[in-house]
Design a protein around this ligand. Structure first.
Ligand code: FES
Length: 121
């Protein structure tokens, strides 16, 4: 059972293999969206580009599903480590930063702690 380590929220969340990252974040009430996404989002069909996450690591290069055609189109000008949560299927444990576009106080310290701690399989 994969673990998703949510750095901003300081939480490790278990999920089933094949779970959708957006649905997990919403289920756990993790604040996936910023103001714009909270005011209105596409419901997970890949059109609003408000569900950004940054992938900071994982137990496998295939921890997440490959970029979808939607992501290839919508993330052209974003860092390579960014994904759209609604397009992501979780295969194994990963480390995720929600809302990477929003400032995170003491981000270096939090990210270092999250990436240095062992990640359960
Ligand atoms: S929820 Fe709209 S693009 Fe992901």
């Amino acid at each position: 059972m994969p673990t998703i380590r949510f750095v901003r929220e300081g939480r490790d969340v278990k999920c089933s293999v094949g779970a959708n990252l957006r649905q997990i974040a919403l289920r756990e009430d993790l604040g996936l969206y910023g103001l714009k996404g909270n005011l209105g989002n596409c419901g997970g069909c890949g059109q609003c580009i408000t569900c950004f996450v940054e992938v900071l690591g994982g137990n496998s290069p295939d921890a997440l599903s490959p970029l979808t055609e939607v992501e290839l189109a919508k993330l052209k000008r974003r860092p390579k480590s960014w994904r759209l949560a609604c397009q992501v299927i979780v295969n194994s444990s990963v480390i995720i930063l929600t809302r990477p576009q929003a400032p995170l106080s003491n981000s270096r310290k939090l990210i270092a702690a999250a990436t240095n701690a062992p990640l359960p399989d």
